[in-house]
Design a protein around this ligand. Structure first.
Ligand SMILES: Nc1ncnc2c1ncn2[C@@H]1O[C@H](COP(=O)(O)OP(=O)(O)OP(=O)(O)O)[C@@H](O)[C@H]1O
Ligand SMILES: [Mg+2]
Length: 261
């Protein structure tokens, strides 16, 4: 659906409260931001700051306590039942820190699983499948089972699975969190390539400034609110220079000196 604003995602004053009374936790306290089509957006912030909660309300795995989330102009917070399932199936790709592959399915079966669940025949996505298999360098692995793969290989398979149905947005929760430096770099490079070639929109949570330096914009979240935003200067800022700026904000966040920004 085309909407006048050209925004892909609009998050408006989203609050999320868990529990009641004494055990109440305000995980999100009024988060507002937009995402344009084709952005590679990073979310950073300390443990417990609300990053996963934010991803999960966008994925409709959690319902916001108040506020609105619009995807392509549609208010997804009001979706119910079949509408929700269709939204998740057609619009959302999810990439988890712990890969979450299904052990008794082969790599190929894992990748095409989202298609099967939503009644799309693999033949309709054959080209997409072969491109993803190439991009994520997993040709040799298609008939193996997850237990036969390294962590880096597992996450590249999981990335292909998240992208197979051409979702409007891919949500990734610390996708490099369980990877070593080299595999983390490979994954981010490949996600970034895919983002640039297909203008696919990716929103990724990360603790790692290296991983974040592949993004085009970073939102820093602290205690349930957006505290700062960094944009990579499209006119020639190197990844290294962007990395340096990210590290500076991280240091300021850790030191609690929000007034220096
Ligand atoms: N299902 C839940 N029930 C109660 N409290 C929750 C629930 N999920 C999250 N919280 C609380 O909400 C706050 C935000 O949690 P969230 O998981 O979003 O943080 P995070 O930024 O993803 O942290 P991390 O970097 O450790 O993954 C925390 O205080 C957490 O304890
Ligand atoms: Mg989290």
């Amino acid at each position: 659906m085309v909407n006048a604003s050209n925004k892909l995602l609009e998050v408006k004053e989203v609050h999320k409260v868990f529990g009641k009374g004494q055990s109440e936790t305000k995980a999100l306290k009024g988060v507002t931001f937009d995402v344009l089509p084709g952005e590679f957006l990073g979310i950073m912030g300390a443990s417990g700051s609300g990053k996963t909660t934010l991803l999960n309300v966008i994925a409709t795995m959690l319902k916001p306590t108040s506020g609105q989330i619009l995807l392509e102009g549609q208010n997804i917070s009001s979706f119910k039942g079949g509408q929700l399932a269709a939204y998740r199936g057609n619009h959302i790709g999810y990439l988890f820190q712990q890969f979450e592959l299904i052990d008794n399915l082969t790599v190929k079966e894992n990748i095409v699983l989202p298609l099967a669940i939503h009644g799309i025949h693999v033949s309709a996505q054959e080209q997409q499948l072969s491109e993803l298999v190439n991009r994520f360098d997993i040709e040799e692995l298609l008939n193996k089972f997850p237990s036969q793969l390294s962590g880096g290989q597992k996450q590249r398979v999981a990335a292909a699975r998240a992208l197979i149905s051409n979702p409007s947005i891919v949500l990734a929760d610390e996708p490099t969190g369980a990877l070593d430096t080299k595999n983390a770099k490979v994954l981010m490079e490949k996600l970034s390539e895919h983002n640039q070639l297909h203008r696919s929109t990716i929103l990724t949570v990360t603790h790692d400034a290296n991983a974040a330096s592949y993004c085009s914009r970073i939102l820093f979240i602290q205690d349930g609110v957006i505290f700062h935003e960094l944009r990579r200067n499209v006119l020639g800022e190197s990844q290294e220079a962007f990395y340096e700026r990210i590290v500076m904000v991280m240091a300021q966040l850790a030191g609690g000196s929000s007034n220096v920004l």
